[in-house]
Design a protein around this ligand. Sequence first.
Ligand SMILES: *[C@@H]1O[C@H](CO)[C@@H](O)[C@H](O)[C@H]1NC(C)=O
Ligand SMILES: *[C@@H]1O[C@H](CO)[C@@H](O)[C@H](O)[C@H]1NC(C)=O
Ligand SMILES: *[C@@H]1O[C@H](CO)[C@@H](O)[C@H](O)[C@H]1NC(C)=O
Ligand SMILES: *[C@@H]1O[C@H](CO)[C@@H](O)[C@H](O)[C@H]1NC(C)=O
Ligand SMILES: *[C@@H]1O[C@H](CO)[C@@H](O)[C@H](O)[C@H]1NC(C)=O
Length: 438
Amino acid sequence: MSGEMSAIGSFILALLLAGYLGQQFLPPPKPKVVGLDLGTTFCSVGVFQAGTGEVEVLGDAEGRKSIPSVVSFTATGIHVGHDVQDLIDSNPQNTIYDAKRFIGKVFEPDVLIAESARYPFQVMNNNGSAEFLITTNQTYTVTPEFIGSQLLLKMRKMAEEQLGVPIHKAVISVPAEFDEMQRNYTIRAANMAGLDILRVINEPTAAAMAYGLHKVDVSNVLVVDLGGGTLDVSLLNKQGGMFLTRAMAGNNKLGGQDFSQRLFQHATERVRQQYGVTPSLKEDIHRLRQAVEEAKLNLTVASSTQLRVPLRLLTQGPRGPQETPIIFQEPISRERFEELNADLFQKILTPIKTVLEEGHLSKEDVDEVVLVGGSTRIPRIRRLIAEYFGKEPNTSVDPDLAVVTGVAIQAGIMGGSWPLQVSALEIPNHHLRKRNFS
Ligand SMILES: *[C@@H]1O[C@H](CO)[C@@H](O)[C@H](O)[C@H]1NC(C)=O
Ligand SMILES: *[C@@H]1O[C@H](CO)[C@@H](O)[C@H](O)[C@H]1NC(C)=O
Ligand SMILES: *[C@@H]1O[C@H](CO)[C@@H](O)[C@H](O)[C@H]1NC(C)=O
Ligand SMILES: *[C@@H]1O[C@H](CO)[C@@H](O)[C@H](O)[C@H]1NC(C)=O
Ligand SMILES: *[C@@H]1O[C@H](CO)[C@@H](O)[C@H](O)[C@H]1NC(C)=O
C-alpha cells in the first residue's frame, strides 16, 4: 500500500518536475507593455526582458535608439523622426518640433505670440491652447497632442517590429512639473496612437529607477537633468519603497545649445582675428555651427580637438566685395571650452541649492546623485557636481537613455514580469511648484 502511494507520489513529483523544467526552458514571454520617453527633443521606447532581467531600448531598422521629436507635413503625407532630416531646411514652416512645450497648457495670448516668434512654424491661439498652422496644398491646424501621437505611433511600430507582437499597452514618463491637464493630454496623445497608458511616471523617478535606486536602501536622491535647452533638478525622497518628489527647481534657458553658442562666438571671433571679417553666408554659418557641435561632443572624451571648416568669406577686393574661399583651422582645448562656459556651468548649482533648501536638507543628506541628459557628459559639469556633494554622481547609464530605461522597468512591473510585484513606485505630489531661474 505504502509502496503504491510512493509510486504515485513519485509519478506526480516527476510530472511537476517536468512541468517546472519545461517552464525553465520555455522561451520567456514577449513583453506586452512598453516604456515610452516622449522627450522634448528625442523619444525612445524600451521593454523589460523577463528572460535576461535587463531593459532593452528598442532601435529602429537602422539600430538608432532614439528618434528626434520632429514631425513634418507635406502634400504627400506625414513624416516623423529621422525621416524629417531632409525636410527641416526645405519645409521649415510645416516641420514641428518642441511640441511637448505646448501640450495640455493654457497660455495668455501675448505669451503665445512671443513663443510663436521663436519658431519657423506658426503657433496659433485656439482659446488659450496652442495649435500649429500647416500649409501644404491644404491649410489646417494640428494640436500638440496630435504631434505627440505621431511620435508615439512611430515608436509603437518600432517596438512591434522589434518584438514581433502587437503592442497596445504602455507606461509613459512626463516632467515632474507637469500638472494634471498636461498629463491628461499626454495620455490622449498615446490613446490617439492606439496605446492604453497603464501609468504615468515622473522623469526623475524613472531616472532613479534606471539605477535600481527603488531596490536599495536610500532615502534622498537628487536628479539633475541637463538637456539641450533646459535644466531640471528634482529632490526625491523614498518612503516605504516609493518615491515622493520633495522639491523641484530648474532653469528653462540653460543647456547644451548655450554651451555650443559660446564656442560658436569664440570661433567666429577667431575667424575675424585671422581674416578681418566674420562668416556671413548662411551656409558658412551652418557649417561652422555643425563643426562647433561636433567639437563640443569630442571634448567630452578628448582633451583637445580641431575645428576645420571650409568657408567663403566676403572680403573687400579692389572691385568691391568678393568671396574668398578659406579653410578655417583652430585647435580647441577642453580647458578653453570650460573657460568659455565657466559662468554658465556655475549656474547649475543655483537650482540644486534651492531644492535642498526647500526640502530642508543639507547636501550631506543626499544619498545618491543621478545625472540625466546629454549635457551631463561634459566632464567639468560632472566634476562640479561631484565636488559640491563630495561624492561621485551615478553616471553609468547612458544619460540620454536613463529615463526610458526607468520607464521600461516600470512597464515590466505593470506587465507582471518583474520578480517583485510592486504596484506603485511613486507617490503623486499635487501641491508642488517648480522654481525657475533664468
Ligand atoms: C494634395 O496633394 C496630394 C499629393 O499630390 C494629393 O494626393 C491630395 O489629393 C492633394 N489634396 C488636395 C486637397 O488637393
Ligand atoms: C475657452 O476656454 C474657457 C476656459 O479655459 C472656457 O470656459 C470656454 O468655454 C472656452 N471657449 C470656447 C469657445 O471653447
Ligand atoms: C484628467 O483626466 C481624469 C480622468 O479622465 C479626469 O477625471 C480629470 O478631470 C482630468 N483633469 C483635467 C485637469 O483635465
Ligand atoms: C571627433 O571624434 C570623431 C570620433 O571619434 C572623429 O572621427 C573626429 O575626427 C573627431 N574630430 C575632431 C575634429 O577631432
Ligand atoms: C549608483 O547607484 C548604485 C545603486 O544601484 C550604487 O550602488 C552606486 O554606488 C551609485 N554610485 C555610483 C558612483 O555609481
